[in-house]
Design a protein around this ligand. Structure first.
Ligand SMILES: [Ca+2]
Ligand SMILES: [Ca+2]
Ligand SMILES: [Ca+2]
Ligand SMILES: [Ca+2]
Length: 305
């Protein structure tokens, strides 16, 4: 457990050094890292202020015209829009723990404007989406109108947690011109505090500690991913069942199980300590009968195949 956090901290520290180097006469200047718990309060206040003062084009979604693109558009509640329903009355919330400091809990706000009629992704799946990333001032920092596939373990936590609330399309039709039509897709948005976003590790163009908005359409879902190809599906490498793969590290070598091909570090590859049947089902032998399957048991380094 401890070494997992060391691993994560190492990534953040590397980012800290890179992102805080300023080329000036006085040499590199460090941006002090903020307290993660205190920052939750500040970030949540900023996001709630946005949700109270803004609305989305919900009327377009309620009565879609034939050519409506199902894109979420935000605007300020003011002037001729003074009577619009604020987002704060339409959002849903979920509790999400901080991936660096798990005792810190966020209330994550998200919007489900079109639920989707197909499969819903899990945190270890891949999702085919179009998306747009915006700051709270509604400037866009990133977008893809072409469907793009994301490994949901590799995106910022807030985006992952928003996308998994939707379902994908039920039917994908290939048109004569080569484009795809997705029937029954999902559409939503998530309002991401920096601690579930980029924190200090922000790509260029995104200021550190920015709160972000992602809008997205979910088209398709790829399940049963085995990131390290060791025969154990990634979902089953979430040993503590907290729906986060980064903090399960049986041999405490800094590589979490879902990316570790020898999970118990006994020198025998995981794939040689499990049985993959011809029909694809997997068995996890416990040869010593101590309740720990061989691939997680460093005291049982016996080849099974
Ligand atoms: Ca695996
Ligand atoms: Ca490991
Ligand atoms: Ca593994
Ligand atoms: Ca092993």
């Amino acid at each position: 457990m401890k070494s997992t956090y060391r691993f994560l901290t190492l990534i953040l520290l590397t980012a800290l050094v890179v992102s805080s180097c300023r080329r000036d006469d006085e040499g590199p200047e460090r941006i002090p890292e903020r307290d993660r718990a205190a920052e939750v309060t500040a970030a949540t206040a900023e996001i709630e202020a946005f949700l109270q003062t803004h609305f989305y084009n919900y009327e377009d979604f309620e009565n879609p015209t034939p050519n409506f693109d199902y894109k979420i558009v935000f605007d300020t509640i003011a002037g001729e829009n003074a009577d619009k329903t604020p987002l704060i009355e339409q959002v849903m919330t979920k509790q999400v723990f901080d991936r660096v400091k798990p005792e810190v809990i966020y209330t994550l706000y998200y919007l489900k404007v079109k639920e989707g009629e197909g499969d819903s992704p899990l945190y270890a799946d891949e999702a085919l989406v179009t998306y747009k990333g915006q700051f709270l001032n509604l400037d866009t920092f990133d977008a893809s109108d072409a469907p793009i596939k994301f490994d949901l373990t590799q995106v910022v936590t807030g985006f992952q947690q928003g996308v998994i609330e939707l379902s994908g399309a039920t039917n994908i039709i290939e048109n004569p011109d080569g484009t795809l039509t997705f029937e029954g897709f999902g559409a939503g948005a998530v309002f991401v505090p920096s601690g579930l976003g980029y924190w200090l590790n922000s790509p260029s163009g995104i200021p550190v500690y920015s709160q972000l908005i992602f809008t997205y359409k979910l088209y398709d879902v790829t399940t049963d991913i085995d990131h390290d190809s060791d025969g154990v599906p990634s979902l089953l490498e979430d040993l503590n069942g907290n729906e986060y793969l980064g903090d399960d590290d049986t041999d405490e070598n800094g590589v979490p199980n879902y990316l570790d091909t020898d999970d118990d570090g006994d020198g025998v590859e995981t794939i040689d300590e499990i049985i993959i049947n011809p029909d694809g089902t997997v068995e996890y032998p416990d040869s010593s009968g101590n309740g720990i399957p061989d691939y997680l048991d460093p005291d049982y380094p016996v080849l099974n195949n």
